[in-house]
Design a protein around this ligand. Sequence first.
Ligand code: SAM
Length: 334
Amino acid sequence: MNAPLIDPFARAIRYLRVSVTDRCDFRCTYCMAEHMTFLPKAELLTLEELDRLCTAFVHMGVEKLRITGGEPLVRKGIMTFFRAMSRHLDSGALKELTLTTNGSQLARFAQELVDCGIRRINVSLDTLDPAKFAEITRWGRLPQVLDGIEAAKAAGLRVKINAVALKGFNEDELFPLVDWCAREGHDLTFIEVMPMGDLGGEDRLSQYWALTDLRARLAERFTLTDLAERTGGPARYVRLEETGQKIGFITPLTHNFCESCNRVRLTCTGELYMCLGQEDMADLRAPLRASPDDAGLEQAIRAAIARKPKGHDFDYSRQAIAGQMTRHMSHTGG
Ligand code: SAM
């Protein structure tokens, strides 16, 4: 174990989100354009390079790895990577290996994920209506995702559903979603929509559904108790007293959560972003490819963490954040 990663504000970096691909089998309207140009293969980190990078972070104290995309489960050979990462769970260095997925490939991979030591997953699902699902994801089919979630549950994975709150789209599904999650035993988190994807000006504004409003509507039917639990990220949780359910709210644009921030994000091309709300990043692919020895890489990671800003405030333009999110294809809840 090398010296831990501590940033200039005495925050230990324990959480790394890794985007393993920019590709996805869905085209959610708020996330991607229908016709995307994806990165050439040479730009992408290979699975071996992803392993080296993640391992370097684990050796410097990262305890939680979240794999995301694009859609992580469409990356060819991705199970080899999960299997490789499971060695860090076995050694005790890594406390949690997890992923955020659209669920389309879960029927195929759920059992293997469990075998790799994964215990909990986040599945993104905004609606339980097949027609609306096809509309919002463009290419997705609801039954395939529901089968995937079922397979995950059957394999023993704990599932958290992440739903993007979209005004005029799934507003009327607030209670059906909550009830379905209660019945199925899934946790549920709502994500505030961020301005990206194909939603142009007017649409974008009209789809914004403030989570304060969503929360107020929940409170009309349930007794909400705020939970102290924080993950170092932009999620806050409440318990619905009547059902015992835990509901999360991810509000990257309207909440300040920086003081407890313990995370950094790596893109599939090896760019490390130190803050969700700022554009600064460090290229780790060059030092990674420069030498088979990890000394230069470790130095580059430490130099990047030394630049982690204290935080971002509400002044950052939504566009700047959206730019970063698009490149990551990963999200806070995500
Ligand atoms: N493909 C995987 C999935 O669907 O979960 C992982 C990547 S996806 C980009 C991660 C999360 O970001 C999903 O929950 C998705 O709904 C969310 N997301 C994408 N675009 C968003 C936006 N404009 N605003 C809020 N959340 C968004």
